[in-house]
Ligand binder design. Sequence first.
Ligand code: EPU
Length: 341
Amino acid sequence: MSLNIEELVSIKALNTMGLASIARYFVRIESVEALREALAFARVHELPIIALGEGSNVILSDALDALVLLNRIKGREILKGQGDTVRLKVGAGERWHSLVCWTLEQGFYGLENLALIPGYAGVAPVQNIGAYGVELKDIFVSLEAVDRQTGEMMTMSVAECEFGYRNSVFKHRLKDQVVITSIVVQLNRTLIPNLAYGALKDRVRRISSDAVTPSGMDICEAVCAIRREKLPDPDVLGNAGSFFKNPVVSEVDKVRLKAAFADIPTYQVAEGWKLAAGWLIEYCGFKGYSKGEAGVYDRQALVLINHGNACSKDILALAEEIQATVSERFSVSLEIEPIIY
Ligand code: EPU
């Protein structure tokens, strides 16, 4: 098999932030064999690899001296589960939202709260995608990945992925070390609604004819409706979802902040107190603010947007200004969530 490796390819249309970016080499792969060939090419040419799904969680610089690899390995395989559960093996190149809809059509539940998240299945573990009270790690079983150096296939369990809040081993120890080729998730044949997130519960009540036992589709629809209201459609306005993580602070800091800012939202989590980064940013007056071609979305201050012609430097300059202001006002640091290349 010979790969079609192209040179100097614009990937502006392949990242949801819509940043103008040129890849020195570019290849689209649809099989593990093709992936191994691409890895060999990168080794011979001593190139780093940037594996993209939808490019929905990356900030790309103008010129990428790398092999950009569009992972389109498909596959939806129903594996045996025990009792009421079912396991699905999903190719890395399956679109996340199509997968969510397909599982609901099959009568498999567990992904409904994660509807409409941009991106592809193989990238979901990298940031442990999450929304409305559910994270990938809650339904995740294992994944397969190819070692970039040796080309060997490995299987990793949920523990080995070291999932945390918008975090995993693939952002740290295994960053740039492997390419994920498939994931296995465990779903249920009976719906167990997770409506812990208040706004979701309210929306489901409005949608469902039976507010006590909503269907999986009702929940999916409610999630989609909330997301459409709050988050910009990347086809219309370039963005990478939440640009910062919600910071987690200590009890001491929480008390200090509550004393100074009575309305500040705080949520208790295992590690301490989670703050709403969107609230901090809005409080500093940034909602709807623009700095040249980069801006802060006017309906959700945690989302940075590209007005059309921003480059990564513009986005990062705005991010720095926001970080500095929030740090000065609250003594809280904001961590950038997407991966910067
Ligand atoms: N808020 C404001 N102003 C804003 C935005 C938020 O005051 O402009 C405050 C409000 O108090 C609101 C709270 O922040 O109640 C939470 O806002 P929201 O429900 O919109 O959620 P979020 O914390 O901003 C997180 C995730 C989203 C996920 C939603 C729903 C992170 C970094 N972001 O956002 O994930 O969809 O919760 O679960 O954890 C993503 O990661 O790309 C993403 C979109």
